[in-house]
Design a protein around this ligand. Structure first.
Ligand code: SF4
Length: 262
């Protein structure tokens, strides 16, 4: 395995045996140490991509290129990370036209009522409404509503949420959330995550009412580099198979795959 370094346009390929099997955070830290420069930006796969999981992600810190298995594509090429640093300026072909387009777009985004809602409550703030409207993926879509969306959101905002966050300085929406699980069985460090789809996948989809467990699951998915939505959906599918006696404990390492069993 290797990783690719692009430093001010100069490309080099580095050996990456020491990164094999490491989580996303571990890879990111080791690469920055290797290069003795914390200014490098690291985009990497986790063990999920290395093992060619069909829904492996490419991770950039806590942000994921999450769907469609791009991480497995990198893994199939033994490419564990792409690391970039640059000092050149980016000059638009038509600077004035570009600025005008940016100003116009920012105005449209800022004036949209959803912008304030996403900033204040994040995408997970939609959960109570989605549950009521009947678009909540419940029990492997055996139902479209659970009746617990508001309860889950309230627990999350009182116990897990620390503050909102933006992917880049200047995003007017800032829908990201910085979260943690402070104590207990599912204690989870401070990280960026817990978007609506991820928490829905590990609560309603599998009938799990333990929000701390759901936050921990999404954190682990990001560290292992697998898509949160597909991971939750896979577990929900397995639980339905278990319910219908298509799977039993012998098939699943002795786990009791009952609904809601965190
Ligand atoms: S760029 Fe802004 S709106 Fe888009 S995901 Fe990041 S924080 Fe949310």
């Amino acid at each position: 395995p290797v990783y690719l370094v692009i430093n001010d346009g100069k490309v080099s390929i580095k050996p990456a045996n020491h990164l094999k099997g490491k989580t996303v955070t571990e890879k990111t830290e080791k690469i920055k140490n290797d290069l003795s420069d914390s200014d490098f930006k690291v985009m990497c796969i986790g063990p999920g991509g290395e093992n060619l999981v069909k829904y492996a992600t490419v991770m950039f810190g806590g942000r994921a290129a999450g769907r469609c298995g791009a991480g497995a594509v990198m893994g199939s090429k033994n490419l564990l990370a792409i690391v970039v640093k640059g000092t050149n300026k980016i000059t638009p072909a038509q600077p004035e036209e570009f600025k005008k387009a940016v100003r116009m777009t920012m105005k449209v985004v800022k004036e949209n009522p959803n912008t304030a809602a996403f900033k204040e409550r994040g995408t997970i703030g939609d959960m109570p409404g989605i549950d009521v409207e009947g678009d909540f993926p419940t029990k492997n879509w055996q139902s479209n509503s659970w009746g617990k969306g508001e309860e889950i959101y309230n627990y999350f905002s009182h116990n897990n949420l620390i503050k909102n966050n933006m992917c880049y300085q200047g995003c007017p929406i800032a829908c990201g959330r910085i979260v943690q699980v402070k104590n207990g069985q599912y204690k989870t460090p401070v990280h960026e995550g817990a978007d609506y789809e991820s928490i829905a996948a590990f609560t309603a989809f599998v009938l799990n009412e333990d929000v701390d467990a759901a936050v921990n699951c999404t954190y682990l998915c990001n560290e292992y580099g697998i898509d949160t939505i597909s991971a939750g959906a896979s577990i929900a599918f397995a639980m339905e198979c278990y319910e219908k006696d298509i799977l039993d404990q012998n098939n699943v390492d002795g786990l009791a795959l009952t609904w809601g069993n965190a």
